[in-house]
Design a protein. Structure first.
Length: 158
């Protein structure tokens, strides 16, 4: 059963996303009003009320989040980690300096829920592996740029 943790990242999740990232599923509403999920793996928390996402700027996720202004993120990781984040989505950057194909969506967190189950324990989450050293280098650059952003910069751009 989902337990509401609040309207901000708890300290452990803030510390995690301020240092590293994990793969989750971003859910948006498409133009026909149906839910659409897509895997995402470039996240950074400049503070406990905001999560920044690096998203391909021509993707349905970017388009849907921009149009609807809403997003839900679901994460499942080892160590019995299962949680979801709901928030308002706003484009911070249409195009990043590190890649013209990636933009930044700012998620203004409204709700964080624990989805840890009573009957099973999550041992492993979604695991990804880079297809090439070039992709690994690109993602490293995108994450470095994300981690250089501050809440103040995001708010000033809105």
């Amino acid at each position: 059963m989902a337990e509401v943790l609040g309207d901000r990242l708890p300290a452990n999740l803030y510390q995690f996303f301020s240092r590293t990232t994990m793969t989750g599923v971003a859910s948006t509403i498409d133009s026909s009003g149906l839910p659409r999920g897509a895997p995402m793996s470039m996240f950074y928390a400049p503070d406990e009320k905001m999560l920044l996402m690096g998203v391909q700027n021509r993707s349905a996720t970017f388009e849907n989040a921009t149009r609807e202004g809403k997003i839900a993120l679901t994460f499942i990781g080892g160590g019995d980690m299962a949680f979801s984040i709901q928030g308002r989505a706003r484009v911070f950057k249409q195009q990043m300096e590190s890649s013209r194909y990636v933009g930044i969506i700012a998620v203004f967190i409204e709700s964080v829920k624990s989805n840890v189950a009573d009957d099973v324990e999550v041992k492993k989450g979604i695991k990804v592996e880079f297809r090439s050293p070039q992709w690994e280098e690109l993602i490293r650059k995108v994450l470095a740029e994300l981690r250089g952003c501050t809440r103040e910069q995001v708010l000033a751009a809105m």
